[in-house]
Design a protein around this ligand. Structure first.
Ligand code: GTP
Ligand code: MG
Length: 205
């Protein structure tokens, strides 16, 4: 019986192509939740308890049930095909851990900036970072229960986004919603890369 991954065409089999995607955004926007919703492996998490001394910086308004925060990264994996794997890296949301972003961003195809409309300003550092780096990104508004819903155009305007940057609504707790977010990002990145002069994919097929 031939299983996927069997050595049919010689040995060793080609290494799968890996796509790296970052999940960024402000404190408590739902990054760890999103990675956990779509990963096929048990997610690697680096959660630590929110401490009493940190209560004046780690404002949990709207996410009062939140008791932990990511201190390094989240990690998840999705196998699309035998030869195509997506690796997800969730960034830490708090400013004191931003020094890790450069390492995490290395080699990423693109990024999702997860936004909570109750604290939209917390999205600015991620948006600024990816704009500066030239990393393709989309903004995914995580629609928290009880939070006022805004049209995507209002979010786009508030974040002063380039018109080409997709803005979509999502629920970080739902697999299908998170999958749609990732598909949207990959399509956006491919679109941008195929338009880049000198890129391998720029020739019209
Ligand atoms: N109602 C609702 N709650 C959510 C949603 N996404 C996350 N939460 C809750 O909101 C809280 C924050 O989620 P996290 O996934 O830890 O947020 P984070 O962005 O990883 O937070 P940091 O790593 O600390 O920056 C958790 O208590 C989640 O259960 C959502 O879509 N809807
Ligand atoms: Mg987290």
């Amino acid at each position: 019986m031939a299983y996927a991954g069997s050595y049919r065409d010689g040995y060793p089999p080609p290494a799968p192509v890996a796509i790296k995607i970052l999940i960024a955004g402000g404190f408590g926007a739902g990054k760890t939740t999103l990675v956990g919703s779509v990963t096929e492996i048990r997610p690697l998490r680096t959660e630590e308890d929110l401490s009493a001394p940190g209560t004046h910086v780690d404002l949990t308004d709207g996410v009062e049930e939140k008791t932990t925060t990511t201190v390094a990264m989240d990690f998840g994996r999705i196998t699309i095909r035998d030869d195509l794997v997506v690796y997800l890296f969730g960034t830490p949301g708090q400013k004191r851990f931003w020094f890790m972003w450069d390492e995490l961003a290395l080699g990423a195809l693109g990024a999702v900036v997860l936004a909570d409309t109750r604290r939209l300003a917390d999205s600015f550092p991620s948006v600024d970072y990816f704009e500066r780096q030239g990393t393709p990104f989309i903004v995914a508004v995580n629609c928290f229960d009880g939070a006022k819903h805004f049209p995507t155009d209002a979010v786009r305007a508030a974040l002063n986004l380039d018109p080409v940057v997709p803005v979509i609504l999502c629920d970080a707790r739902r697999f299908a919603s998170c999958r749609d977010v990732l598909v949207n990002l990959v399509e956006h990145a491919i679109h941008l890369l195929s338009g880049s002069p000198g890129n391998l994919t720029s020739s019209s097929a």
